[in-house]
Write a protein that binds this ligand. Structure first.
Ligand code: ADP
Length: 481
């Protein structure tokens, strides 16, 4: 691994997590060992001190009973029985004369002179540690002043204790090495395992960046947060893909649909130029051009309105709107067209139904739905427009007795520039329902389509009735039919 790669690796979250988690683990384990060492060592020391004190009390009692001979006898007895390890026992008279020193050859290696040279007051009822002349052996000695003024000194080597602590240290060293290996190795494994989903997300983003737009994060179905993140990420990618496909499709259709009117516009102008160029012919051609351009403009404006409504940038002039009045106004617009096709248009709108809405946009919505209903209903049919209040929602439905919407077309009729298979013979741009839906959604509502049992389509709009949309005092709602 090159130096630069090693440096980059040390900057990764994985590396830092490994170092931090294993450091905490290792430091924690070492602290526990340290504590255990101190506790064991001090309790061993305490136990040794208690043994010395016990022995000292026993010997003092023997000395009290029969002086040095009795004490020597007791020691001999103990040695014979081998019940306890040998003690250093020394009795010093008040004048400093050593009255007794048990098995001096055993203690020769220790600096016994230090015992006698130590000031009496210093050793009185106190403890002293004697070092061996060579090596690291130690004897702990307790000095006790007895009633006759003599000083009783009882000591015991710390060899047992030192051996136990030595074994403890050896075991601790071995365990520490194991803790280090487990700590760092385990930390590394854990971090790699925990960060694997993140790595997969990074790999997916890299793949997408490199052009593989269909790349997705592999799911582990564990239900944990990172798996959820992967799921959300995939969902987001799917939505973006759908949007991009939709936008591409819309752009293709717009380009395609603009071509025809522009070509028509051009040919009208071209034909006029090639014609006899009489003023009436040219005038007619100009009128045709204006009509074509108007259609183009309508199409472009509608497309922009839809985009604005969908992206939430369409400005809505919200005001209290009486639903019955806009229903009537919209129906009035199409009365003549309906009469031409001998279609009966009936309205049944609750006159007390008010909405906070953009009046002209809502009129546009109703006009589009009524226009479609009449357009897609054969001669002598019916169109019923209803508006009622249901569960605090204004429910407006436009029902016709026409061709209805085929099941497979239902999801597509809301797409921009989509025109049903049976509607090509009718005038239209395929933008009406897209605009209707975008406006309804911009008002916080929804629109659905279903087929009427006896044939024909039912478009149903549901709009929330805002509490602020109360009846203005001076407004008299227009009565419905
Ligand atoms: P256009 O009417 O200009 O074709 P729309 O966006 O208004 O475009 O409608 C899209 C399609 O939905 C229509 O082409 C038609 O197939 C279908 N559609 C709309 N309204 C009705 C209706 N009332 N009955 C049957 N089909 C309809």
């Amino acid at each position: 691994m090159s130096f630069a790669r090693a440096r980059r690796a040390t900057r990764t979250v994985g590396f830092r997590l490994t170092v931090w988690s294993s450091s905490f683990f290792v430091i924690g384990s070492l602290a526990l060992f340290g504590l255990a060492y101190v506790v064991v060592s001090s309790s061993l020391r305490q136990r040794d001190d208690e043994i010395i004190l016990h022995e000292s009390a026993e010997l003092e009692a023997q000395y009290g009973l029969g002086g040095v001979p009795m004490l020597a006898q007791q020691l001999e007895h103990q040695e014979r029985l081998g019940t306890s390890e040998p003690f250093l026992v020394r009795i010093v008279a008040r004048d400093g004369t050593v009255l007794f020193l048990g098995t001096p050859e055993r203690w020769r290696e220790f600096q016994l002179d230090h015992l006698s040279s130590a000031g009496q007051s210093e050793t009185e009822n106190g403890w002293i540690s004697l070092q061996a002349r060579r090596g690291d052996k130690v004897v702990d000695v307790k000095s006790t002043r007895m009633p006759d003024g003599a000083l009783l000194q009882v000591g015991k080597t710390t060899e047992d204790r030192a051996a136990i602590m030595q074994r403890f240290r050896a075991a601790a060293t071995g365990i520490t090495v194991a803790v280090l290996v487990i700590g760092f190795g385990g930390g590394l494994l854990l971090t790699v395992w925990a960060l694997r989903p993140l790595r997969q997300i990074i790999d997916t983003v890299r793949a997408i960046d490199a052009g593989a737009l269909s790349a997705r994060v592999p799911r582990r179905q564990t239900g944990d947060e990172l798996d959820e993140l992967g799921g959300l990420f995939n969902g987001m990618l799917d939505r973006i893909a759908t949007l991009i496909t939709g936008m591409r499709g819309a752009l293709d259709t717009v380009a395609h649909d603009l071509r025809t009117p522009i070509a028509r516009l051009r040919s009208v102008a071209e034909l006029a130029l090639r014609s006899d160029q009489r003023p009436e012919t040219l005038q007619q051609a100009l009128a045709d051009c204006i009509e074509e351009s108007d259609q183009l403009l309508t199409m472009l404006n509608t497309l922009m309105d839809i985009s604005e409504a969908e992206t939430g940038t369409l400005k809505l002039a919200l005001e209290p709107v009486n639903v019955a009045s806009i229903v009537e106004a919209a129906v009035d617009l199409y009365r003549h067209v309906a009469e031409d096709k001998r279609i009966v248009v009936s309205t049944a709108a609750d006159p007390a139904l008010w909405l906070m809405a953009d009046r002209s946009r809502m009129r546009q919505v109703l006009a589009n739905l009524i226009d479609n209903a009449i357009k897609y209903t054969p001669m002598s049919g019916r169109v019923d427009v209803e508006a009622v209040l249901a569960q605090n929602m204004a429910v407006i439905s436009v029902r016709d007795t026409g061709i209805g919407v085929m099941a497979h077309e239902v999801p597509r009729i809301w797409d921009r520039l989509y025109r049903g298979a049976h509607s090509r013979s009718e005038r239209g741009l395929g933008l009406g329902l897209s605009l209707v839906r975008a406006i309804v959604m911009a008002h916080g509502g929804r629109i659905d389509v279903s087929n009427a049992p006896g044939g024909g389509a039912i478009f149903t709009i549901q709009l929330p009735v805002s509490s602020s949309a109360s009846v203005p005092e001076e407004t008299v709602p227009i009565a419905a039919d």
